[in-house]
Design a protein around this ligand. Structure first.
Ligand code: SAM
Length: 217
């Protein structure tokens, strides 16, 4: 998702209390930032932030961090946060490319990573950019706790099959998967729909989901 460039979006982001800025983006400081030692769950490529905002409201004892590459998209999430009557103290956003994720989280600092409707990058030569590629799994391996999970949802069958392979090749454990999440009562428990999930399931597209955890070492 890339929205039209919005004038002043960088300045608005720079002034937002809901965004962790570059100078604060240091691995190992999240307990300080949140003021507690609750588990940290992140969404990479969060778009306009609906999923994380609903998760943060439902799970107040989990700390959430939303990562989004584009200012124009992050701005939409900030606008939504500003409309909340009670500010959510367990959710922050960062504008960054997830390639740099290792600079922002320390080894084993993260308990769970959500990837929702990640960009498919259909050309083979761009496979490394897919957020479920073995290159990205290696980055997640650095920051996830032992037993920490990646949860991935998409309606894109090619990307999903690529991701199942990639998880296997990287030596991660595939804990569960389905090609039709919305008809899978077990995996649907507690499911929060993302913006893209609402849009694509309304078109009748089945939603695929996998849950994987890293090999213990
Ligand atoms: N997760 C949302 C949902 O399910 O509704 C948005 C899905 S949208 C297709 C993918 C989002 O991931 C876009 O907002 C895009 O800018 C962001 N994104 C893609 N690659 C990224 C990266 N390397 N780092 C951070 N964000 C990224």
């Amino acid at each position: 998702m890339r929205l039209r460039n919005i004038r002043g979006s960088r300045e608005k982001i720079a002034g937002s209390q809901y965004v962790i800025h570059e100078e604060e983006q240091r691995a190992g400081t999240w307990q300080e930032i949140f003021g507690n030692d609750h588990p940290i769950h992140i969404e990479i490529g969060m778009g306009k932030g609906k999923f994380l905002m609903e998760m943060a409201k439902e799970h107040s004892a989990i700390n959430y961090v939303g990562i989004e590459k584009y200012s124009s998209v992050l701005l939409r999430a900030l606008e939504k946060m500003e409309q909340e009557e009670t500010p959510l103290s367990n959710l922050y956003f960062i504008r960054m490319d997830a390639e740099q994720i290792g600079k922002v989280f320390d080894k084993e600092e993260v308990d769970r990573i959500y990837l929702n409707f990640s960009d498919p990058w259909p050309k083979d030569r761009h496979a490394k950019r897919r957020l479920t590629s073995k290159e990205f799994l290696a980055r997640y391996d650095q920051i996830l706790k032992v037993g920490g999970q990646v949860e991935f949802k998409t309606d894109n069958r090619l990307l999903f099959d690529f991701s199942l392979e990639s998880v296997k090749e990287a030596g991660w454990n595939l804990k569960a998967f389905t090609y039709d999440l919305h008809h899978d009562p077990e995996l649907m428990k507690g499911n929060i729909m993302t913006e893209y999930e609402e849009r694509f399931s309304a078109l009748g597209n089945p939603i695929h989901k996998l849950i994987a955890d890293r090999e213990k070492n």
